[in-house]
Each structure stands twice: as structure tokens, then as C-alpha cells.
Design a protein around this ligand. Structure first.
Ligand code: HEC
Ligand SMILES: [Cu+2]
Length: 348
């Protein structure tokens, strides 16, 4: 009987595993963990590269020795070769070398761990709150609350104070730093700094329920002037549609009415409503030019995506805590126009 099928599935499983692990190293991928773009990620890279090199050399020596012995001493009917079991000198040497190596590697490793657990005094602060399945960002000193896209000034150290509203999550922006847990009832800390302006992708790094894979993050690093301008506009109340404007605005105005009727129990729009403990993302400046993604940074902020989202959130994000609100096509059109009008840079 042939064992072809099980062998094939074993091969498939092995290669799938290998491809999956290698995919984390693909060059130019937005989640490339081997392409540091900030000081914290670089420090980790500069530690892991030599450690990897040393481990590789040891692997080559051990494997080389094994392969040599297997070939050189294979059974050809010859007498048993000389045995070295119990050789005190050899045993001391091959115990001492690993001890010295590990002790040597421990110094930079522990140093790096300590370096990465303390923010400097002049670091900027952002509070990160994990929710199933999106990241909320609060800027305590600026009085800003936003979601999914974290805007930071390039070249400045940002100190993240992180926690979770529900289950354990994990904030991971591979190009800027390693990952760290967000634990309910506890505060964890992560340093974030980007050398250059740009978009850095992130992903929740801890399985946190049905839509864990769709719990993503964006960090947008911008020049200091652009950052200051962003802060200034984020501190304003929402840029609401006004009465007596052209037809597009009429649609948005009707959407504002819908929002007040249906959505304001879960979402806050500064200038429209207040909630003690909103369960959905703050939508005040939902259409800010920097806030280009929504629903856990899993969707681009286009009219089509928004309409699909509003029609039935749990089909887009399984388990989503935004329910299907049975909106009509007209209501959806109005709400999309309204949401897309929440742009603080737009002239009113
Ligand atoms: C029962 C509470 C609840 C109600 C009511 C509700 N939402 Fe939501 N909404 C949520 C939650 C929770 C999320 C986060 C979902 C996720 O990303 O997993 C969300 C996400 C969103 C998002 C994406 C925001 C972002 O930046 O990611 C938009 C847009 C949105 N809701 C619009 C609306 C509109 C418009 C209404 C009214 C028609 C509404 N919601 C009603 C709970 C609610
Ligand atoms: Cu998560």
C-alpha cells in the first residue's frame, strides 16, 4: 500500500509553515520586521544580527561535526573507533565555551531590554487602549482622542502608555519597535520613534478573538510643522455640515440627523454628543486626511467600503461589536456623506 497521500500532506504542511515564517522577512513588505526605521527597532536589529550570526556559526560547527562523523565513521565492518566518553578536558571545554558565550550575549541583551523599557523625560505621550478589534489613541497633554491611525512627529520619541478595555491585545509596529502586550487593568510601556515621515503598519500581536487578524494599526509620522497643524485641528470640535448648502451638504446634513438618532449611543462626535464610556471609536474628525483607514485599520476610507461597513459590520469583521443596524440604502448614503464630511481641513 502506498503512503503517498500522508507524505504529501506532511510535505504540504511543512512547506506551508516554512512559507509562512519566511513571509515575515519579505523585503518591502509593510510589516517587515527586519527593516528598522526607528531607534528602538534598530537597537533590536543590532542585537539580533550578531546573535544570529554567532548562532549560525555554532550551528555550522555542530552540523559539520555530525555530518563528518556520520560519513567518516559509517559502518563498513571496521573495528569500533576510539571512544572519548569521560574525557575530562573535552567535557570542561565544551561546557565552558557555551557558558562564556551565553554570559557574553547576556550583557548586550539585558542592556537592550533595560534601554527599551524606559522613556526619556522629554518624550511625547500617547495612551493606547486596546478594544476588540481596534486601537484607540488618546493624547493626554493635547486632549485628543482618535482611533486606528496614530499621528506622531518624525524624529521625536513617543512614549506609549498602553492598556486594554477587554482582553489581552498586543501592539506591534515591526519597523518601529518590537511588540508589547496591552493588559486589562495594567499599564505597559512602549517606545515609538520614526526616523523619517512615513506610514508604518502595525498588527495586534496576540490572538484576541474572532477578528484578531483584522485588528491592525497605522502609525503616520509627519514633519513637526504638520504634526502641530494636525494637533491644532484635532483640538477643534467637529467640522459639521451647515444648513443651506449645495446638495452634497444636504445629504451630509441628513446623515447628521441619522447619527444623532442611531449612532450617538456608541460613538462620540465632539460638538454633537458626549458619552461617559463610548464603546465605538471617536468619529469627531473621521475624515481627516491622515485618517485614511477605519475598522481596525483594515479598510481604506472610501465611500464603497463605508457603505459596506454600515450595511452589516459583522460580515466585514466577524464578531464586531457594531451591530447590523438594518439601515436603508438612503440612510447609508446620507451617513457616508456625513462621515466623509467630518474633515477638519475642509472649508465650511
Ligand atoms: C452598539 C454600538 C454601536 C452603534 C449603535 C454604532 N456603532 Fe459604529 N462602531 C461600534 C464599534 C464597537 C466599532 C468598532 C468596530 C471595529 O472596528 O471592530 C464601530 C466602528 C464604526 C466605524 C469605524 C470607525 C473607525 O475609525 O474605525 C464607523 C465609521 C462607524 N462605526 C459608524 C457608525 C454609524 C454611522 C452608526 C450609526 C448608523 C454607528 N456606527 C452605530 C459600535 C457602534
Ligand atoms: Cu487584539
Amino acid at each position: 500500500m502506498s503512503s503517498g497521500a500522508p507524505r504529501l500532506s506532511l510535505k504540504l504542511a511543512l512547506s506551508a509553515g516554512l512559507i509562512l515564517s519566511l513571509s515575515s522577512c519579505i523585503a518591502d513588505s509593510p510589516l517587515d520586521s527586519l527593516d528598522p526605521q526607528g531607534p528602538a527597532a534598530r537597537q533590536i536589529d543590532e542585537l539580533s544580527n550578531p546573535v544570529f550570526l554567532i548562532a549560525g556559526i555554532i550551528l555550522a560547527i555542530v552540523l559539520g561535526g555530525m555530518i563528518f562523523s556520520i560519513i567518516r565513521f559509517r559502518d563498513r565492518g571496521q573495528a569500533e573507533p576510539r571512544q572519548i566518553h569521560g574525557n575530562a578536558v573535552l567535557e570542561v571545554v565544551w561546557t565552558a565555551i557555551p557558558i562564556m558565550l551565553l554570559a557574553g550575549l547576556a550583557v548586550p541583551t539585558v542592556q537592550t531590554i533595560f534601554d527599551l523599557t524606559e522613556c526619556s523625560d522629554d518624550a511625547m505621550e500617547v495612551d493606547v487602549i486596546g478594544h476588540q478589534w481596534w486601537f484607540e489613541y488618546q493624547y493626554p497633554n493635547e486632549g485628543i482622542t482618535t482611533a486606528n491611525v496614530m499621528v506622531i512627529p518624525a524624529g521625536k520619541e513617543v512614549c506609549l502608555n498602553m492598556t486594554s478595555e477587554d482582553v489581552i491585545h498586543n501592539f506591534w509596529v515591526p519597523k518601529l519597535n518590537g511588540k508589547r502586550y496591552l493588559v486589562p487593568g495594567q499599564q505597559t510601556l512602549l517606545i515609538l520613534e520614526a526616523d523619517e515621515p512615513g506610514e508604518y503598519w502595525g498588527q495586534c500581536g496576540e490572538f484576541c478573538g474572532l477578528s484578531h487578524a483584522l485588528m491592525r494599526a497605522r502609525v503616520r509620522a509627519v514633519d513637526v510643522e504638520d504634526y502641530d497643524a494636525w494637533v491644532a485641528r484635532m483640538q477643534q470640535p467637529a467640522n459639521l455640515p451647515e444648513e443651506g448648502k449645495p446638495s452634497e451638504e444636504h445629504l451630509a446634513e441628513a446623515g447628521l440627523d441619522q447619527f444623532q438618532g442611531i449612532c450617538s449611543t456608541c460613538h462620540v462626535i465632539d460638538g454633537v454628543n458626549q458619552l461617559d464610556n463610548p464603546i465605538g471609536p471617536n468619529l469627531t474628525h473621521f475624515a481627516d486626511p491622515y485618517r485614511t483607514v477605519f475598522a481596525g485599520a483594515s479598510l481604506e476610507r472610501t465611500n464603497e467600503n463605508l457603505a459596506e461597513w454600515l450595511a452589516d459590520p459583522p460580515t466585514i469583521k466577524p464578531g464586531s461589536f457594531m451591530p447590523n443596524l438594518n439601515l436603508t440604502a438612503d440612510e447609508i448614503d446620507e451617513l457616508v456623506a456625513f462621515l466623509q464630511s467630518l474633515d477638519p481641513t475642509k472649508e465650511n
